[in-house]
Design a protein around this ligand. Structure first.
Ligand code: N01
Length: 536
């Protein structure tokens, strides 16, 4: 192991001990850097620590949604299901923390609240909610893309007299909702997953839907010993293929337009995509589903037909049918009994497009139609995505400018990795990178490795600072927007565009060009001596 340069009392602070932070710590330690992770939760796991709601499950296959950096880990860990549930993924991440001895450098139950760049000392001065202050040369924000929960922006929020739960803050000890009248507000991925679970327990379950989702069947199942063994035998090549892929998953890419084939052929292709039980199964049927509204409509219609075939009550089926935005422009959901739940007695759908919420009351929810009475309420209302966890920390860069101020009109950065005016501050899987449009683990590993190589580059040359060049940042920010503008994404109100958070700038927040192209660009920038960045 190299001897660390005495950068500062700490060489690096990493914020968050989820998938990103754990791997970042591992890599920086390998480099010999004195690194400390601060984690708000009382254990590691990040997303998989916080989102403990019943039904929480990954929507990327478990043997794909796992670290690739350790062939030994790949061989020793055994996934039990096609889509791992939250408890299993959390066990995996706890195992990773133990196996690589990471816990010694992780401070739990501690939230970083403030980080100020000391321009003279070229260090970050970092404060926590436990009153601790540390100084580090590098600050890596591994704080998650969907980790700042959003509560419903409706009058009376907080006035309900009974218990309320946000899916992303589900109590560790669980909640017994058996026999109660329960409301669920929100029908994104979290709502779609929790509804079937609660439908079997609550006496009455009322789902408040503002916008219907497109949900595709998960067909989750146990993995057989034979398929686990086969994947393990092929893991080295599989992991290489993931790294070369556009979305971080190894799938066949389409070559034809949806509009150049016959309706019968299209339906057969969509049927195969539906049966694949993959989140991307339908979207990857044709090349133009996310760029051509007419092509997209063929897929959207297919899903609408499926909803009608599952939901017995015609009126409920129609209300569950998405018609206001193209398929895939909001992240599709994976369905493990969501639509079918509406066939159970005691499960009701309230269509907020027809009868909006007027207020939350001490007894329940008042819509424009009437007051609905509940014993407990569940908010599956999502997150301030991509930027929320970053701007929640008071990050103060050069000249006293905060990141929140700098990004008031939307995030700006070079490669989604560093932003001008905030030297030595890296973001993992943050805005303007492919992150949420890909298999997160693959994108996280790519970012962590780039950051680690960058830090090693600086150290090996006796340099102490890297900062995005404003011109390169402008170019990257514009490039991300230009690519997005070629798709159907930006026109849709979603968390991808920041439209789900009142007052948030409306900007398409992710890089749509693909993880493969993005990786090539990041590698080229590094090869060119960190083109677009000032090193000193
Ligand atoms: O959040 P969302 P999520 N009144 O923003 C509704 C990942 N994830 O937690 O669409 C009434 O998608 C809102 O309505 P509308 C995944 O990337 C993954 O479900 O804004 N309703 C919407 O229906 C996912 O995409 C997994 O009109 C209100 C819902 O709340 C991302 O996290 C599981 C409202 C929020 O949906 C976010 O998913 C879970 C209000 N005032 C999450 N405010 C898996 O791996 C909001 N809504 C499977």
């Amino acid at each position: 192991m190299d001897t660390p340069t005495p950068f500062a009392p700490l060489d690096a602070v990493v914020v968050g001990a989820g998938l990103s932070g754990l791997y970042q710590l591992h890599r920086l330690r390998e480099l010999g850097l004195r690194t400390r992770v601060f984690e708000a939760g009382d254990d590691v796991g990040g997303t998989w620590y916080w989102n403990r709601y019943p039904g929480a499950r990954c929507d990327i296959e478990s043997m794909s949604y796992s670290y690739s950096f350790s062939p030994e880990l790949d061989q020793e860990w055994v996934w039990s299901e096609k889509y791992a549930g939250q408890p299993e993924i959390l066990r995996y991440l706890r195992h990773v923390a133990d196996r690589f001895g990471l816990r010694a450098d992780i401070t739990l139950s501690t939230r970083v609240t403030r980080a100020v760049y000391d321009e003279d000392g070229r260090v970050w001065r970092i404060s926590t909610d436990t009153g601790e202050s540390v100084t580090a040369r590098f600050l890596v924000m591994a704080s998650g893309s969907n980790s700042a929960p959003k509560t419903p922006d409706v009058p009376g929020f907080g006035s309900f007299a009974g218990p309320t739960y946000h899916t992303a803050r589900w109590p560790r000890e669980g909640v017994d909702l058996t026999g109660l009248r329960v409301a669920v507000i929100g029908t994104g991925s979290s709502g779609v997953q929790i509804v079937p679970e609660l439908a079997g327990r609550a006496a009455e379950l009322t789902v408040f839907q503002r916008t219907p989702a497109y949900a595709l069947p998960a067909f989750n199942r146990p993995l057989s010993a034979a398929e686990v063994a086969e994947r393990k035998a092929g893991y080295p090549e599989f992991r290489r293929a993931q790294r070369r892929s556009k979305g971080g998953s190894v799938v066949e890419m389409p070559t034809r337009s949806a509009l150049e084939v016959s309706p019968a052929e299209r339906t057969a292709t969509y049927e195969a995509g539906w049966r694949s039980g993959l989140l991307s199964g339908l979207l990857r049927s044709y090349t133009d589903l996310l760029v051509d509204a007419e092509a997209n409509e063929t897929a959207a219609e297919f899903v609408r037909g499926k909803i009608a075939s599952i939901v017995a009550d015609e009126e409920t089926a129609e209300r569950l049918t998405p018609r206001t935005f193209p398929f895939g422009t909001k992240r599709p959901c994976l369905d493990s009994g969501y639509y079918a739940a509406y066939n159970r007695p005691g499960v009701r759908l309230v269509d907020l497009a027809a009868t909006p919420i007027e207020e939350i009351t001490p007894k329940g929810v008042r819509t424009s139609e009437r007051e609905h009475l509940f014993d407990a309420m569940v908010f599956a209302t999502g997150f301030d995505s991509l930027t929320g966890a970053l701007t929640a920390v008071e990050i103060v860069g050069r000249g006293g400018i905060t990141l929140r101020e700098k990004w008031a009109d939307g995030p700006r950065s070079c490669l989604g990795l560093l932003t001008a005016g905030f030297p030595n501050l890296f973001t993992v899987a943050g805005p303007l990178s492919p992150s949420v449009l890909t298999n997160m683990v693959v994108s996280i590993e790519q970012h962590v490795e780039w950051i680690t190589d960058c830090v090693a580059h600086l150290r090996d040359r006796g340099l102490t600072e890297i900062e995005a060049d404003p011109a390169a940042e402008d170019a990257w920010t514009a490039h991300v927007a230009e690519l997005a503008a070629q798709t159907l994404y930006p026109a849709v109100a979603s968390w991808y565009t920041g439209a789900n958070v009142p007052g948030k700038a409306r900007v398409f927040l992710a890089y749509v060009g693909g993880a493969d192209r993005y990786r090539a660009e990041c590698d080229a920038v590094a090869r060119d001596g960190y083109r677009g960045f000032a090193l000193s």
